[in-house]
Design a protein around this ligand. Structure first.
Ligand SMILES: Cc1ncc(COP(=O)(O)O)c(C=O)c1O
Length: 420
């Protein structure tokens, strides 16, 4: 029997069964059609069953689908590494592939920790991270994600790391709001820089931890302070990368280059799992030398999978050729227009950036039962805690966005009516 993620299996009754999907539509075995508002955990940005991507896969299949990357290379991996260096912020010149976002994060942390070991600076073994961030479900990733339902079962075995707080005030925070949070970071670094190897953060938007958005000035300050205190900056763009925030990468909002960047999810368009951890030449150079021990000791079996790389190459080409940033801008506008009609005493905050909107409710109870309700009304939406969000494919139409908001409005009206 299937064991589902993040699910109390004793409570599970019936789950829908997917038969097919095309664009942003899902076709269930029971004959129902749903509009998908969350793109398979934000990865299927080109929509399902994309013909151009399908063709690219078929082409590669005729050659081979996978070959170990150890000691041998192939064109899809070589080309994708080159393309990622080209599209990411200037200076990220080295690309290490893996099979999922969590593993990509583990590799980023391993690189940061080993960087200082290789440089003979042995005490830098701790990590700073931002509260309410989420970096994955593997062990080190859990340590640098806020203590939430995702990791409470393992609290006893996780090593505490240094937690910081993002500024209040969202994307357009006041200088004072930013300064307060920057001060906290500076105080921490001043006191503990000799033991901190890296700061890991989700640039601009913290997704699974509650969809909080923060000011680019804070990200710029994090870049400056990490440089000043010889701490590596890891930007986890697994969720924000490839256009989600309205820029190709969220780091661009602050015009920064991190020392290490992690990409996943949209990288392979929701087709297969893959991730990339990129590093600057300065970081990479610390792994060069005579000894085997100073090399990076990681190598997932499926790293650089040829089908995954082919999909990613086609995905990047589509993003550029079809002017997706403009589409994302339009989606932003459609969502803004829909938000004018959203009004409920249960909604405590609305946060919006690029092709992402999050409606925060006063309690997770307000959203209990929402997912099945949405399905009954033709939408695939799954809240996280007390936040209901949309992160659709970039090919979603205005009418489909309107359909999703219709379902949200129905739910809100029902909620508000219960109070009256
Ligand atoms: C910012 C961020 N980092 C890492 C991960 C982990 O990625 P994966 O689920 O592919 O392991 C996620 C997943 O939601 C994420 O949002």
């Amino acid at each position: 029997m299937l064991w589902f993620p993040y699910t109390q299996m004793s409570k599970i009754k019936e789950v829908p069964v997917l038969k097919g999907a095309k664009g942003v539509e899902m076709y269930l075995a029971n004959g129902t059609t749903l509009v998908d508002g969350i793109a398979s955990w934000w990865s299927a940005v080109h929509g399902y069953n994309n013909e151009a991507i399908n063709e690219a896969i078929k082409g590669q299949l005729e050659h081979f689908s996978h070959f170990m990357l150890g000691g041998i290379a192939h064109q899809p991996a070589l080309q994708l590494a080159q393309e990622l260096v080209r599209v990411t912020p200037q200076g990220l010149n080295h690309v290490f592939f893996s099979d999922s976002g969590s593993v990509g994060v583990e590799i980023a942390l391993k690189i940061a920790l080993q960087y200082f070991k290789n440089k003979n600076i042995p005490h830098k073994t701790r990590i700073a991270y931002l509260r309410d961030g989420y970096h994955g479900d593997t062990f080190k990733a859990m340590e640098v994600s806020s203590d939430s339902d995702f990791n409470t079962a393992f609290a006893e075995v996780l090593t505490p790391q240094f937690e910081l707080h993002i500024p209040s005030g969202g994307f357009h925070a006041t200088p004072r709001q930013v300064a307060l949070a920057v001060q906290e970071m500076e105080d921490l670094f001043k006191k503990h820089h000799h033991e901190i190897a890296c700061l890991i953060l989700e640039p601009i938007v913290q997704c699974a931890g509650g969809f909080n958005i923060y000011a680019p000035e804070y990200l710029a300050a994090a870049r400056a302070l990490t440089t000043q205190y010889n701490i590596l900056l890891i930007a986890d763009e697994v969720a924000t990368g490839f256009g989600r925030t309205g820029k190709m990468f969220a780091c661009e909002h602050a015009s920064i280059t991190p020392d290490i960047m992690v990409l996943g999810k949209a990288l392979t368009a929701g087709y297969v799992g893959h991730a990339a951890t990129l590093a600057t030449t300065e970081v990479y150079n610390a792994f060069l030398g005579d000894s085997y021990e100073s090399a990076l000791m990681h190598g997932p079996t499926f790293m650089g999978n040829a089908l995954a790389c082919t999909i990613a190459l086609k995905g990047i080409a589509l993003l550029e050729q079809e002017n997706y940033l403009e589409k994302i801008n339009q989606i932003h506008g459609f969502i803004t227009a829909e938000l004018q009609n959203i009004n409920s005493q249960h909604i405590t905050a609305v946060r919006q950036i690029g092709a992402l909107v999050a409606l925060e409710f006063s309690s997770a109870k307000n959203l209990q039962g929402f997912a099945p309700f949405a399905q009954q009304n033709g939408a695939w939406l799954r809240p996280i805690g007390n936040v209901l969000y949309l992160m659709p494919a970039y090919i979603i139409s205005q009418a489909q966005i309107a359909q999703l908001f219709k379902v949200i409005t129905l739910w809100i009206n029902q909620l508000d009516a219960q109070v009256k």
